[in-house]
Design a protein around this ligand. Structure first.
Ligand code: BMA
Length: 319
């Protein structure tokens, strides 16, 4: 198992969804939340940008998670600035968590407000009607997902507030999903020339494994030619998810294919969702490619874990 081993394999049918698949006029579809429904279908909650430049969400469902997508004929969840002023410039990048205690899905997403992006939550059982909680993390904050069950009696939300000293990943806790506190940094952006220097953020929701919470995170490298968005791996303690056990020094997936290299924002791979097959190990990672289309890459949770055990290190950047 070498350091540069391919952990995620691109689907040959990529990209699996583009604007040309849409039943109404749109500019781009990307950064989709993903979940497997009780009937086994894959549901993607896609970020859709129209020619206003603002984004909304639209669901696409498929039996095999690859093709045959049934796409809602109209937007599924739209910005609602009359009730939620933070939606003024659209809603972006949904991450979906199924929460057994609520028998519902909780969607964490970005509301693009006049003061910048913040984190909003919504609850749904069917992806037709949604109960909104409003903005739970004020600007600038994004890249959030809820853990699927309480930790020590409280809900836990991972998110990425911006600070002048770096964009690091944090965790916050809440008794009721509305009031949040006990904020802690869980993963820091590195400094200098690293692939994940200065700005990192959660990719899809963390995966619960017997070894810990397995997390994919994106690192943003600023170059004279623009940004490069790549993915790394980290593992966190199951009972104390603010404790990072292992972190990769290298990225494991980055823009290589033409549809990742070129688009509205080239050199971006940006996963917001994954599903797991019936074997409990095969992982389907859905990612926005170049802010233009949705692509699929497949890997195995066991493989990611053993690679991280071999090549990961305790995080030297904490506390
Ligand atoms: C990030 C987010 C993503 C986007 C990425 C690349 O900051 O806004 O929605 O895919 O930039 O443009």
């Amino acid at each position: 198992m070498d350091l540069h081993e391919t952990l995620f394999h691109r689907h040959p049918g990529n990209p699996v969804l583009t604007a040309s698949n849409w039943p109404y006029p749109v500019n781009s579809v990307f950064n989709a939340g993903a979940i497997r429904l009780a009937d086994g279908k894959t549901l993607l909650l896609c970020r859709v940008e129209d020619r206003s430049g603002l984004s909304h969400f639209c669901t696409a469902r498929s039996k095999n998670g690859v093709d045959g997508w049934e796409i809602d004929g109209k937007p599924t969840l739209v910005p609602d600035p009359n009730h939620f002023p933070e939606d003024l410039w659209g809603i972006e990048d949904p991450r979906i968590t199924y929460v057994p205690e609520l028998d519902s899905y909780i969607i964490a997403f970005t509301s693009y407000s006049r003061s910048g992006p913040g984190v909003s939550l919504a609850q749904t059982k069917d992806f037709h009607s949604f109960e909104r909680y409003g903005m739970v993390m004020p600007p600038e904050d994004k890249d959030a997902a809820l853990l699927p069950h309480r930790i020590g009696g409280n809900w836990a939300l991972i998110h990425r507030p911006m600070s002048p000293l770096g964009a690091h990943m944090w965790i916050s806790y809440s008794p009721d999903l509305r009031h949040w506190g006990s904020h802690r940094v869980i993963l820091r952006a590195r400094r200098g020339g690293w692939w994940d220097a200065n700005k990192i953020g959660l990719a899809p929701p963390p995966i619960e494994t017997p070894r810990g919470w397995l997390m994919l995170y994106h690192g943003v490298r600023h170059t004279p030619a623009g940004c490069l968005y790549r993915l790394g791996l980290a593992l966190f303690d199951l009972e104390k998810p603010e404790t990072c056990l292992l972190r990769s020094d290298t990225w494991i997936f980055g823009p290589e294919a033409p549809y990742e290299r070129e688009g509205d924002v080239g050199n971006v791979v940006f996963p917001c969702g994954h599903t797991t097959d019936d074997d409990g190990d095969s992982l389907n990672l859905y990612y926005g490619a170049a802010d233009t289309s949705i692509a699929l890459a497949r890997g195995k949770i066991s493989h990611l874990l053993s690679w991280l055990e071999k090549h990961g290190k305790p995080d030297p950047n904490l506390p």
